[in-house]
Design a protein around this ligand. Sequence first.
Ligand SMILES: [Zn+2]
Length: 148
Amino acid sequence: MILKVKQTFSAAHRLMKHSGLCQNFHGHSWQFVCSFSGKPDCGTGMIADFSKVKAMIETQVRRHLDHASILSKQDPLVHFIHNMSLKMIQIDGEPTCENLVQWIWKKIEDGLVQSGAGKTLKLESIQLWESNSSSVLFEGPDEKPKSK
Ligand SMILES: [Zn+2]
């Protein structure tokens, strides 16, 4: 059975290497859906308590990203944002949907280990939406390339 939790956050980013509008600093109302596999417990009837899963995601991911600037470590804006003491996340590579979903994946994997929830939940995928029409689906670092 798959348990899914959807979260939202607002954040700004820019893609330095993009040749179009996305090279400009701009914001999105992002959404992501984390899918975990597990078996319902005989006693509780639940795979996991939704509130505990959401609390873990809040601690590991959402509170860091919400109203943050998400920038490449190479972006010159990093120094400006840092000097202004504004909220910022620096990631390796361009802060694309594809790279950000992998950052989120690592944080949630860490959260599963730290909270002990990893004993009953396995992270299967994360879908990150940058807009209502654009998203990426990440199925983990070992995901197999899909045939065309
Ligand atoms: Zn964007």
